[in-house]
Design a protein around this ligand. Sequence first.
Ligand code: SF4
Ligand code: SF4
Length: 191
Amino acid sequence: MTVVKVMMKEALQTVSDLWSLMVGLNVTKRYFLEPQITVRYPWKEVHNLATFKGHLELVSSKTPGKGKCISCGMCAMACPSNCLTVVKRKAPKPTPEEEQALAEAKAKGEKPKDKTPKDPEKFLYDYTLCSLCGTCMENCPVGALDFTGSAYLAGYTREDFHFDLVQVLKNQAGLEGVDETAAPGAGQSEG
Ligand code: SF4
Ligand code: SF4
């Protein structure tokens, strides 16, 4: 009786396996006969990348090489992967006239106006940690971050994917004193 039960169980398992195989082959047959929608990269590239989410970039303001970012740090606080570091600018050294005006304002009990530029000194981004979740963008009050459409970024080391997005903006604007190693693609290949 036990032997019969074992044989029945094995027979049922065999039927189940064959059914699974048939279902799998049916899916393969269906897709095998459909037109191919993938391309043989790197010999060919896709060009319909409008919805592709590549690494982050700072959105440029009207001033070439400067972004809209106001260094509030909300994006870095919201990032679940800890891949953003916003380095604020230090206050510029006041001129003697400004020092005099500051002293007078203090004597009157007035709060001196902070003239420190709001744009960040550095905006460090570790793409190796980024999950492209978009939380940073959702938490930015001024829309200063966006995804690039860069699908073919590649590199040889982890450091190739550590970017200073401020420097990247400057590089894109072709400003003097650019740091070639800061841009995505430096020491890397894209396509
Ligand atoms: S996309 Fe997500 S993981 Fe990447 S930097 Fe923004 S919040 Fe962090
Ligand atoms: S990118 Fe947006 S959220 Fe992040 S520091 Fe700049 S202004 Fe603030």
